[in-house]
Design a binder for this molecule. Structure first.
Ligand code: ZN
Length: 280
């Protein structure tokens, strides 16, 4: 089976996290400009008449073509119309990586389209999802950790926990989330505990960047294209992403410290035993 790539080669996916975020924003901005150029070209063709399906909507296959043209390397992704039943949770859109036998197959972006066309006011949502796609492409650690979890048959469960406890607007007290996460990790090895926590952290971080994009492109559409849009941050705030990233860091730190303590005790014990064996 020929495997597709989810990430860019080292030529692009390299540098510090800040440098990669700059690259991500550079490509996002190019994609946004290309999509809006297409929108403006259609409007111009129709004598700048606002409204109507032909002017206000962009077909998903056109979007896919525009976006694929901008990527420096071939990435395997598809843009689809949102179908409620395939959604893990109720939301406007989502970007999901598909794995078969622990191998990446493709990224699927599901958008709130009508007749496979996206309303121009939904472009900030598109940019949110594109940010996830670029984040996966520029940070190969994300698909690699997914694949490791798939191999250990933990991916589906951890993904469910992620949506149940972390990427959710449910008002769960932070102490309760902490207890639940510790319960999930209880029987795992230190290595697997850290793997799961890294997975949670990377996806929460990706959400942070994606919401930043939603806001930026909402403002751009309003100021540069006179769309009547304001970014509603209610859902983002209710998710308390920063607070949850801090919690994950705290649990990670505790596990590493415990691991070191345990390692020290083992070394001390071995030294003691060696010493006594030598004396005997
Ligand atoms: Zn998102």
């Amino acid at each position: 089976m020929k495997l597709h790539r989810v990430y860019f080669t080292k030529k692009y996916a390299t540098g510090s996290l800040a440098q990669r975020y700059d690259t991500l924003q550079k490509y996002s901005s190019q994609i946004y400009s290309a999509v809006m150029d297409k929108y403006d070209a259609t409007l111009k063709k129709n004598n700048w008449q606002l409204g109507g399906e032909a002017n206000e909507f962009i077909p998903l296959h056109t979007l896919e073509k525009i976006i694929k043209k901008i990527f420096p390397e071939k990435l395997s992704f598809k843009i689809k119309q949102k179908k409620d039943k395939v959604f893990i949770r109720p939301c406007a859109a989502e970007t999901i990586n598909y794995y078969i036998n622990s191998h990446f197959i493709m990224t699927k972006i599901n958008l709130p389209a009508t007749n496979r066309k996206l309303n121009i006011d939904q472009v900030p949502i598109l940019m949110h999802e594109i940010t996830h796609l670029l984040d996966f492409a520029l940070n190969p650690i994300i698909p690699k950790i997914d694949m490791k979890l798939c191999k250990k048959r933990m991916y589906a469960d951890m993904q469910n926990w992620y949506y149940e406890l972390l990427y959710t607007d449910r008002e769960i007290p932070i102490e309760q989330i902490e207890n639940e996460i510790k319960k999930i990790l209880r029987y795992l090895s230190i290595k697997d505990k850290l793997l799961v926590l890294k997975y949670f952290k990377l996806y929460l971080n990706s959400e942070k960047k994606a919401y930043e994009a939603t806001k930026i492109y909402c403002d751009k559409l309003r100021t540069e294209h006179c769309r009547n849009l304001t970014y509603d941050d209610t859902y983002e705030k209710k998710c308390r992403i920063d607070e949850k990233i801090k919690l994950i860091n705290k649990i990670r730190y505790e596990i590493i410290s415990e691991g070191r303590k345990w390692y020290k005790q083992v070394i001390c014990r071995l030294r003691y035993l060696n010493h006594h064996t030598d004396c005997a």
